[in-house]
Design a protein around this ligand. Structure first.
Ligand SMILES: [Zn+2]
Length: 73
């Protein structure tokens, strides 16, 4: 039954934990959140569910974004 190790990530929108492939990685570029489907972009990334709801929640939560990406004010 073992299928190998699948990393688990936490959605920053709703806090649910899910296997990494089920979440989408976002990175910050010039103040914009962009998707990183191949997970190859450098820099800090966050994971969220593949839903508009979680993406919107993250985008609206500036404090959370600052914490996730260590942005300066
Ligand atoms: Zn979520």
């Amino acid at each position: 039954m073992k299928r190998g190790h699948v990393p688990v990530r936490t959605c920053r929108g709703c806090g649910v934990k899910a296997p990494q492939p089920e979440l989408v990685r976002l990175v910050m570029r010039d103040g914009e959140l962009i998707e990183d489907p191949l997970r190859r972009k450098t820099g800090r990334g966050v994971y969220i569910c593949k839903t508009e709801l979680c993406r919107t929640r993250l985008e609206k939560n500036k404090k959370l974004l600052q914490r996730c990406f260590r942005l300066k004010k």
